[in-house]
Design a protein around this ligand. Structure first.
Ligand SMILES: CC(=O)SCCNC(=O)CCNC(=O)[C@H](O)C(C)(C)COP(=O)(O)OP(=O)(O)OC[C@H]1O[C@@H](n2cnc3c(N)ncnc32)[C@H](O)[C@@H]1OP(=O)(O)O
Ligand SMILES: N[C@@H](CCO)C(=O)O
Length: 374
């Protein structure tokens, strides 16, 4: 992280008492038994909605955010929402997800840090879970979202869509609960995390865990600036390089220095900036937990393998990869599409921006959404 100008608190998580912004909350009582063992004694899901659910609940669309996303997919930044909506260009009247027609639901992921129960949330005794928070899988996260769908009266989603880790949850919905998904859009994602993806995650996990400020995961009472910001910032720098493409970095930054008197290479300054922003809005324990959920993602586990699992999908499906994505290379989307009986050939998003293109290439994403919603 660049030398702290003003020190962030110990965690960038949304906390009780912070402005709720556009969030709504569902509390789900009772024990949630987890795929990897252990349980949660109830949990809360923070979510946002746009548009109106129609009388037969047939117009609901579920959007799944990626690793450091949250429920704020549309709308401006403001109290409770440090960043503007990450898919704002897709959602709203006249847009691909036309909120005069569809009811859009975006939950914050279980294990996250923006209002849904995660390691920074209070346990039943009111103390932050910290190191005691259990390991979660993508399947557990979808179980929590199914409880939200039930509470909202949504039996079937007209469309479930997401990119990257959001694509993992979208896929898990279509495989695990096929009768509840009419259409599916998976962008820049995979049926199972690859060795390469787990490898890129490894130094990120180490960076956080080796930060003395992490304190084994129990840092929530630390003074401002004394949380695991350095480790989380290093993790973000490593990750962010994988989110962009080599030609883009080369063309944008070349070998330029940042500025007279600032000796950093411009690309170093760019990574510093993204690290600095993340540590102010994210929680290091959630970053660890969600990264491990992605590592554990294998839609074929205990289902007879990936091929058997994908054959369960009945939703009209589009799978799309990004031609410059070095983290989720296009072959993973091609394999996914080939395995899903209701998918055609994988679509290609053409972009210089690498993996992050699923957040950037709005016109291409809009066309894919429209092709599924008709
Ligand atoms: C579903 C989800 O995943 S939600 C999470 C998505 N959001 C994020 O990941 C937040 C981090 N942001 C990003 O990853 C990207 O900004 C995206 C994908 C959202 C958008 O990509 P782009 O529009 O191409 O933005 P880009 O990567 O160029 O970053 C722009 C920022 O870098 C800054 N920047 C650019 N060059 C430099 C430099 N040399 N030194 C310092 N800062 C720099 C810009 O000022 C800008 O800052 P701001 O975001 O604070 O306004
Ligand atoms: N920029 C995205 C990429 C991960 O897929 C995120 O931070 O969630």
């Amino acid at each position: 992280m660049s030398p702290a100008r003003d020190l962030p608190p110990a965690t960038g998580a949304w906390r009780e008492g912070d402005p709720p912004g556009h969030r709504q909350f569902l509390t789900v009582p009772g024990e949630l038994r987890l795929e990897a063992g252990g349980s949660l004694p109830g949990y809360r899901v923070a979510y946002e909605t746009w548009g109106k659910l129609n009388s037969d609940a047939s117009n609901a669309v579920l959007i799944e955010h990626a690793l450091t996303g949250d429920s704020h997919a549309a709308g401006p930044a403001g109290p409770g929402h440090p960043s503007p909506g990450w898919w704002d260009g897709l959602i709203g009247p006249g847009r691909a997800l036309d909120t005069d027609e569809v009811f859009v639901v975006v939950p914050n992921i279980l294990g996250g840090c923006q209002g849904t129960t995660g390691p920074s949330s209070p346990d039943p005794d009111g103390k932050p879970w910290g190191s005691r928070f259990p390991r979660l899988t993508v399947r557990d996260q979808v179980v929590a979202e199914a409880a939200l769908a039930d509470a909202l009266g949504i039996e079937r989603w007209a469309l479930v869509l997401g990119g990257s880790m959001g694509g993992m949850r979208a896929l898990e919905w279509a495989v695990g609960l096929p009768a509840r998904v009419d259409a599916l859009l998976v962008v820049a994602s995979t049926a199972a995390a690859s060795a390469e993806q787990i490898a890129w995650a490894a130094p990120q996990l180490h960076a956080i865990r080796s930060d003395p400020g992490w304190r084994g995961g129990d840092y929530y009472d630390a003074a401002p600036g004394e949380g695991p910001h350095v480790g989380l910032g290093i993790a973000r720098r490593i990750a962010h390089v994988t989110y962009r493409s080599e030609p883009e970095l080369s063309q944008r930054f070349g070998r330029h220095r940042q500025a007279p008197g600032d000796d950093r290479y411009a690309v170093e300054s760019y990574l510093d900036h993204h690290a600095d922003k993340l540590v102010r809005r994210f929680d290091a324990n959630s970053y660890l937990l969600l990264t491990e959920s992605m590592n554990d993602h294998d839609v074929g586990r205990d289902r007879g393998g990936v091929g058997q699992a994908l054959s369960r999908v009945t939703a009209r499906t589009v799978v799309a990869g990004v031609d410059s994505d070095r983290l989720y290379p296009p072959y993973q989307s091609r394999d996914l599409a080939a395995g899903i009986p209701t998918a055609g050939e994988a679509a290609v998003i053409s972009s210089p921006y690498g993996h992050d293109s699923f957040l950037i290439e709005t016109p291409q994403l809009s066309a894919l959404v429209k092709s599924l919603l008709g």
